[in-house]
Design a protein. Sequence first.
Length: 498
Amino acid sequence: MILPFFPIILVDVVGSILMIVLSFCCLGYVRKLRVQDQDNLVWTYLFWFCLGLACFAVSRSAGHILKTALIFSGHQEVWGWVRPFSGAVNTVMFIVVGAVTLFFERIWNIYQMILKDRKALQTAHNELLFLNENLEQMVQDRTRALAISEFKHRQIFEASKDMILIAAKDGLILHLNPSGYDLLGLEEKELKQQNFQDFLVREQPWSDLVAQLDKNGFVSSQEYTLRTAEGGHKRVLISASPAMGEAEGEDGILLLVKDIERRRLMEEQMAQADKLASIGELSSGVAHEINNPLGVILGYAQLLLRNESQESPLYHDLKVIEKQTKNCKTVVEDLLSFARTSKAYKEEVDIHKTIREVLDFLQPHFKSDEIEISTHFDDGLPRVLLDEKKIKQVLMNLVMNARHAMDDSGRIRVSTRLDRTRKMAVIEIADTGHGIEKQHLPRIFDPFFTTKPTGKGTGLGLSVSYGIIQNHEGRILVDSEPGQGSRFTIELPVKAED
Ligand code: ADP
């Protein structure tokens, strides 16, 4: 019964022995691999797998061999006792191998995470190593870059033609660029404890600017009037934004201030010139219309006068008509010269001689009063091409106005200078009189504007002077403070060859 199964039994026994040998070979090989690379989880897993497999092979093969030996030796009943134990050991070994395999997936994930962390750690370690080795060089490079950046910003701060100012929230000036010192009229040593609030006029307080900044986060090109340290006023455009951590760690305010005083003055002058040009056009039209009838009235009055004896009452009436008509004609002529329609007869004139003649003529009128007239002439002034009669009229107007602006005492100073860059002969007439009210300043060149009592002033003197100077391609400017006196400046062009 046993013999027909002999080859199968032989194969079973040999196979069992081979199973044990092979499983131990695998175990030995994996153990070697694990010793070489202890951290490798695959080898660790394979080691435990092979160990389980070896145990399984031993238990299974031992069972089969024992079974065969017991059958051949006729102790089949012994095998009947051993069999359940052999089966149990096989089962346990199988479960161990299965459990190790199932558990491996979780361990594998953890292992991957550990590997990732290890890699990151390695990278960080390498970076640290690099930093350690190159830190000095990197600090040097960074310092150089910072120095270049600092230089660039300082240059912008120093070279800006506009004022750059950093102030604390309460207006205390912390930093000010050179243009700022010029604009505010401050010396560098005077900056300590200066507050920008003090430079703003009362109508535009600092609190308004800060409130706007808090509300909008910026202030953009707002027009303000600044009081300079010398007491003057300047119109400026202010832009403001917060300056982080500038005032002892707290936020300050960065202000960009653009001086627009010159531009505004020019705009005002142009508006004034425009206004006077249109008034001139109007008055010249009216003057022309009046001039002819006046000429006729005067002619007839003079014709009638010829036939009347001086004793007749009609003669006196006609004389009054003649005198008043002549007065009217003077006014009309003044209007025409304001409108620049009358012709100028220009010749090369020594301005100093002209001024002297005007002053000599006027001096007797001032004799009884304590009026001091002084002259300061620039000897370098060349002869200038002008209509002397008309310029004399201008000078006479200006000196008489200066006289009228004073009570019984005061000083009138007439000076000349040559503006070489603009090629202009400049005549200045300054007085210590009552000055001109701010609201009157834009109107003094208007025809018929006068502040003098009726009968004393016609309001034509300055408008006529303005027309004459315009006719010479020059300019007439005024500078006056109420109570401080006035200064009229005449600029007349000098020819290039002069
Ligand atoms: P008028 O002298 O007839 O009033 P003007 O045209 O010469 O006319 O002057 C106009 C106004 O300008 C004067 O009424 C005066 O208010 C003012 N003014 C001119 N020159 C001076 C001066 N030197 N000082 C003060 N006010 C002046």
